[in-house]
Design a protein around this ligand. Sequence first.
Ligand code: SF4
Length: 260
Amino acid sequence: MTRAQQAPTTNVMPPTLTEPAPSPNGAELHALDERPNRLRPLAGKPPGTLVVHEIYRSIQGESTFAGLPCVFVRLTACNLRCGYCDTPHAFTQGKTLGLDDVVARALEHGDDLVEITGGEPLLQPEVFPLMTRLADAGRTVLLETSGAVDITPVDPRVRVILDLKTPGSGEVDANYWPNLERLKPTDEVKFVLCDRADFDWAADQIRTHRLTDRCPVLLSAAFGQVSPTELATWVLESRLPVRLQVQLHKILWDPAARGV
Ligand code: SF4
């Protein structure tokens, strides 16, 4: 998932890795059975709890909400391994917290905007009541999720940012394509592009699935692999009504910084 911006992080500690992976229940996972070890950080997690990597306040770095103050709730574990992933520390590190505690910690910062991210946040069933409770509290809730998990159970008030995986990510086969039919006008689709072939692939998906008719579509250059200037040229040439986004956090702070 995306990283966002500098602020104190909390609750980082190694998880217990001794029990079999739990069922993610609630969320239908695609291409996950062959990757059970990636769920081991969630093993033994009691019902009603979440394994949380960090909760912090910062500036939203991506999406149509870029630039706004935002509270980030980053959950532990991911079933994918994208080649450009900038949050591998969230694969395994986290602390188990009760749902009430996570809600309170997210709300205590006071910001209207809250993003649930990871890792892959939909791997933990308690994320669904977490998002509902934050929306009930009047927050604008963003969910940053890969395209690999069924978004059907997500509260309709939540704005889903669906990160469709390109061939260059190494995880294109994990995309759960029925998610595209479940997008709302308030959702967003994001492509992180590793090269020109990824751009052409994304353009095909945008046209084939009429994605820009469904919701905003964001194109982002994989850091260090495609220059934003090059991507801008491709966007203009394509005449697609998409939004080029830069990773604001990597401009504001050290690109290698964690917890941002
Ligand atoms: S979906 Fe990919 S980029 Fe996001 S946390 Fe998982 S491995 Fe990293």
